[in-house]
Design a protein around this ligand. Structure first.
Ligand code: ZN
Length: 308
């Protein structure tokens, strides 16, 4: 059987699997991202992972006919290079991904932004099916976005479309984003941003782990509840503006923060719907379906699209 290897290169892990044309996958493997060792180490770990998955495919008599990669950062999909990335992956900006992998493995290699890959996976196989116009938002360790317009990814002039985490959310805000600018949405609404805020308000040592705060909020800690409500409201408010600009059929929300439950969802939806314009009142809101593996499934689909 023919497969594409789908790969997800993130700030903490690199995951890969053999992905069939229908989106089903097998032989899922993952390794930690050697982010601090620099981009060549990250590429080296990716190559080792692809070799390992290829060996499984060969053992089982399968053929690998392409590689699809979803990677953190803004990606020029024509060259497969990283045009810009924040320092979650140090020195990642400028890294060539497609060329060295094509030279190594001799099959077509397609590279796109990880949130673009998630959005295409949801469009083809998940909750985005049936929506020709949707805005995909991933809110987890960062805040990312992707635009599906007329059934296709809109990547922008500089491969930067959908980067909603770096929209100004709080004028004169003092919380600093991963990109270095203060006041950006990601500095308020992402999981680690809320964790940092809670630690600051409680006089605790800085932490980026949201889980204990979620637990505290569930047990009635009002500071924890307020921090989560604030992050949710700011995200909802910024997205209501974007929904009014693009007027999509659906807003699809993925990422770990979206799984926090009602005490995040209620203030988020209330803030989104508070805008009086019809688009933010009427837009459908759906939770993403494909979870952690959406990036590699979507990246593989993008490779299949080139192959067939
Ligand atoms: Zn930023």
């Amino acid at each position: 059987m023919q497969y594409v290897i789908g790969i997800d290169i993130g700030g903490t892990k690199i995951a890969g699997a053999l992905v069939h044309r229908d989106g089903q996958f097998c032989s899922l493997q993952q390794v930690s991202t050697p982010a601090q060792e620099g981009p060549q180490a990250v590429l080296g770990a990716t190559i080792q992972l692809i070799k390992s998955i290829s060996a499984v495919a060969a053992n089982e008599g399968h053929e690998v006919i392409g590689i699809g990669i979803g990677a953190a950062g803004q990606i020029n999909i024509e060259t497969g290079d990283v045009t810009y990335a924040v320092e979650t992956l140090p020195r990642w900006t400028g890294t060539r991904i497609a060329t060295p992998l094509h030279e190594q493995f001799g099959v077509p290699v397609v590279v796109d932004n990880d949130v673009n890959a998630m959005a295409i996976a949801e469009l083809k196989y998940g909750t985005g099916r049936g929506f020709q116009n949707s805005l995909y938002v991933a809110v987890g360790t960062g805040v990312g976005g992707a635009l599906i317009l007329n059934g296709q990814l809109w990547r922008g002039t500089n491969w930067s479309a959908g980067e909603l985490g770096h929209m100004m959310a709080v004028w004169n805000g003092d919380r600093v984003c991963n990109c270095g600018q203060a006041g950006h949405l990601e500095a308020y609404a992402a999981g680690p941003a809320m964790a940092r805020r809670y630690a600051q308000l409680c006089g605790l040592e800085e932490s980026t782990d949201l889980r204990p705060i979620v637990l505290a909020a569930k047990q009635g800690d009002t500071i924890a509840q307020d921090v989560i409500v604030e992050g949710a409201r700011i995200l909802g408010t910024v997205l209501s503006g974007l929904v009014n600009v693009f007027d999509p059929q659906a807003l699809i929300i993925g990422g770990g923060v979206a799984d926090l439950g009602e005490f995040w969802w209620m203030p988020f939806q209330n803030a989104l719907r508070a805008n009086p314009l019809p688009a933010s009142k009427k837009v459908q809101i759906h939770l993403a379906q494909l979870g952690n593996n959406a990036v590699l499934i979507g990246a593989a689909w993008l490779a299949w699209e080139k192959l067939i």
